[in-house]
Design a protein. Structure first.
Length: 212
């Protein structure tokens, strides 16, 4: 199984990625501001289910291909690193975009529809796709065997962290909308810091070698 060192290292890298506001977080914030706390938390659950479906897909398919081929692993790693850097640069250049979440004026939706929309955002989140395909396999201890089980466990760790962090974003947005509205520049600072963090993560992924 996954060693404690690898598990904690993966959790740290996951947390670094999760706290950066991305498509899922922006969607949760917008839903919280437009429809309130319940809709935000339902969206978070949908996002988490969608993200874990990606974990299962990697564990059953892409993960095994990556495990057998150094070339595929390297290509995925470099592509993922490049895309993370691209997302970071875009987040920095468009760091004022989070303000748009506070202008939403959407009609109320049913719980199932809200859950489904959150699921769709989670399963289509490019940041998460890249992370699971290019980063997650690096933390698997192939010498221990049970590669698929290790990937599912690591993916569960990621999604538990995502569930907690995204829920906090939703709760903060639903209860602190007045505070944000008084100074929209605060959102720009969040977006800019997130962009720089994502660039650093992309560079780190590119520099990480393959073990095992």
């Amino acid at each position: 199984m996954v060693s404690a060192d690898r598990l904690f290292a993966f959790a740290a890298v996951s947390f670094l990625l999760i706290v950066v506001p991305g498509p899922s977080v922006l969607f949760v914030i917008g839903r919280a501001l437009a429809q309130g706390r319940r809709a935000a938390l339902t969206t978070v659950v949908g996002n988490t289910l969608g993200a874990y479906l990606l974990v299962v897909a990697v564990a059953l398919g892409v993960g095994s291909v990556v495990e057998r081929s150094v070339l595929v692993f390297t290509a995925l790693k470099l592509a993922g690193a490049a895309y993370l850097v691209y997302l970071g640069i875009r987040a920095w250049r468009q760091r004022g975009a989070l303000r748009a979440a506070f202008t939403g004026d959407q009609p109320a939706r049913g719980g199932l529809r809200t859950l489904w929309e959150g699921f769709a955002v989670g399963v289509a989140n490019p940041k998460t796709i890249v992370f699971f395909a290019a980063v997650l396999p690096q933390f698997v201890d192939r010498a221990q065997g049970h590669v698929m089980v290790q990937m599912l466990l690591l993916g569960l760790v990621f999604n538990v962290l995502a569930l907690a962090c995204d829920s906090l974003w939703g709760l903060a947005a639903s209860t602190g909308r007045d505070w944000f509205a008084r100074s929209p520049r605060r959102l720009s600072l969040v977006g800019g810091a997130g962009g720089l963090t994502m660039i650093g993560l992309g560079v780190g992924v590119a520099a990480t070698g393959r073990e095992g």
